[in-house]
Design a binder for this molecule. Structure first.
Ligand code: DQQ
Length: 565
């Protein structure tokens, strides 16, 4: 087994073989959760896209199903691109983007189409049909073109009609177009729902809290396209989310969102108003600064609701392996040996946190079902220092590097002192220490004898100094990370909490129950017994660690236990 294959993530959704990207069309139907994703089945680079299909009864154990959508119509012959599911009168409608004429035009000609289940009594929804009146939205409004017109959202009911947003480029700016429909067959253009203009008066780089200007400089100026837009209600707020494509390069960018309050949301869809578009703000406060959905390698994410009306979210986490300077869309020896590209994050629950006026994203409760019987260790007041202390018990099988580490750091120190601190987990990935990965929280704390009482700033950083075979080059220079907002004057005795879901080469790291999140990939030069996970802390005083670490199971199952309806 090639080292690349040995480090394939096993509890995240990946394709058996081939290229994968955006999650599509998620829905729960008759008790079964469905996830589709962009897939080129016959090669490990981006090609003629299909919709791959997996299903689950618990949102974490998945069964592979046959490809759901193929490029087999004149309007989608070059690929079936991203889209979203809506349950309307109990029927799942998959709105998606059909692309064609790639050979002739040199670009993907984009229209919006629909697919429906062939058999509504099949809980697996294996077969899909494309009605004869496709494409349902053949052309964008004036000013936009079929070259940049894609990724319809889940429909939401507002002001007496179903509304669907579609991403485009207008006046060189990323834009979400709004459509209404009464019957899911004919669609009326309503106007601009949201646009980069107005949301980023000072430019995204200035407002993003990206942490470093490095990526902003790479992005530079240039026309923008909003891919994979979403418009969702989360508790009292409405969120507009977009995937920011700059100069045709999706992959240096991130997924961003802005919020509006519930009252502003009604105005936002009052398209006869002077602006005629979404005005971000919370409780009357202008809230222009876009927030990152995840500070790591996540793109083209999507929100959906399950039958219990939970707001859920999942995103594509792409490769940065083996010398690729972006998502390896052209492939390398490494990605060929790996046999696949791209994975999906775990499903995350999305809530609105009024204290910090941000969305919080955290793995669903079901993620705990992946914890195996083997609880690797239960930590209680393990004192740690800058050297770090192993959090893995003595009898741990280290053949597979799949763990869920949920660890709290209690800072001890002088009463009232203001101190910089850093705490974290270090993943020692092999004998070559250059491949270590660090999950780290930094900040400043005012402490008392009872522990931390005030955190003024906090960051999550993943150090992914990558040295994958065969190039032996280092990918990335330091950190992916961003701020974790804690309110001024944190609760006395609050611990810093870090949860690291480690799946061979894929890491999802959460700080303070989802207020901060970073997803990253890294490969080890040597997959061997030297692997370890250590907690460390650097602080004037000391740090005590508590929590638990579990070994994790793989997500793949051959059969789903379906309760008869
Ligand atoms: N990927 C899809 C498009 C989308 C882009 C094609 C985002 O629909 O705009 O695979 O990664």
């Amino acid at each position: 087994v090639h080292q690349a294959q040995a480090q394939r993530p096993l509890f995240h959704i990946t394709p058996d073989f081939g290229w994968s990207n955006d999650p599509n069309g998620m829905l729960q139907y008759n008790g079964v959760h469905h996830v589709f994703f962009q897939h080129t089945p016959n090669e490990t680079v981006f090609g003629r896209q299909t919709w791959a299909h997996v299903a689950s009864t618990d949102l974490v154990h998945w069964k592979r199903l046959p490809t759901a959508l193929y490029p087999d119509r004149s309007y989608d012959t070059s690929g079936v691109f991203s889209g979203s599911a809506t349950l309307y009168n109990g029927i799942p409608y998959q709105l998606y983007t059909g692309v064609s004429q790639f050979q002739e035009l040199g670009y993907y000609f984009q229209v919006q189409a629909v697919a429906l289940p062939a058999n509504l009594s099949d809980p697996m929804l294996v077969d899909w049909v494309k009605p004869a009146d496709n494409p349902i939205i053949p052309a964008p409004p004036d000013g936009a073109t079929n070259q940049q017109f894609r990724d319809p959202t889940t429909a939401f009911y507002q002001d007496g009609a179903w509304r669907v947003a579609v991403g485009t480029q207008l006046n060189c700016s990323g834009t979400a177009l709004l459509y209404s429909t009464q019957d899911f067959q004919s669609y009326t253009y309503n106007g601009v729902l949201a646009s980069q203009i107005g949301i980023e008066p000072n430019g995204l780089c200035a407002d993003s809290g990206l942490g470093s200007t490095e990526k902003c400089n790479q992005i530079g100026e240039g026309c923008r396209m909003w891919e994979c837009v979403d418009a969702v209600h989360v508790g009292p707020v409405m969120a507009i989310k977009w995937s920011d494509q700059v100069n045709g390069r999706s992959f240096f960018s991130r997924d961003w969102y802005v919020l509006s309050s519930a009252t502003a949301q009604v105005t936002s869809l009052d398209l006869d108003g002077p602006e005629g578009s979404f005005q971000p703000g919370v409780d009357g406060t202008a809230f222009y600064s876009p927030q990152a959905v995840d500070y790591g390698l996540v793109y083209a994410s999507k929100f959906w609701r399950d039958a219990a009306q939970r707001q859920l979210w999942m995103g594509w986490t792409f490769e940065t392996s083996a010398g690729c300077d972006q998502a390896c869309s052209t492939g390398t020896n490494f990605t060929t040996a790996q046999g696949y590209q791209g994975a999906q994050t775990l499903a995350r629950l999305v809530t609105y946190d009024p204290e910090i006026q941000e969305l919080v994203f955290y793995p669903t409760e079901e993620s705990k079902l992946l914890r195996s019987q083997q609880q690797v260790s239960r930590l209680n007041s393990l004192p740690v220092n800058e050297e770090g202390a192993s959090v893995l018990g003595p009898n741990v099988s280290r053949n597979q590097h799949m763990y869920d580490a949920d660890v709290s750091f209690a800072l001890q120190g002088d009463s009232g002192a203001v101190q910089p601190f850093s705490v974290g987990l270090v993943l020692v990935m092999g004998v070559n220490s250059d491949t270590d990965v660090t999950f780290q929280l930094n900040g400043t704390a005012t402490t008392s004898s009872s522990g931390m009482t005030n955190v003024t700033s906090l960051g999550v950083y993943v150090d992914r100094r990558n040295a994958p075979p065969p190039t032996n080059t280092t990918y990335g220079s330091g950190f992916d990370g961003g701020p974790v907002t804690l309110p001024e004057g944190g609760t006395p005795g609050t611990n810093l909490r870090l949860r690291a879901l480690i799946d061979n080469s894929l890491f999802e790291v959460f700080a303070q129950d989802g207020r901060g999140r970073v997803t990253s990939r890294a490969y080890s030069l040597a997959v061997d017994e030297a692997w370890d996970l250590k907690a460390y802390g650097s602080f004037a005083g000391s740090v005590k660690v508590s929590g638990s670490v579990w070994a994790m199971d793989a997500c793949w199952v051959d059969d789903l236990m379906i309760e008869s309806q």
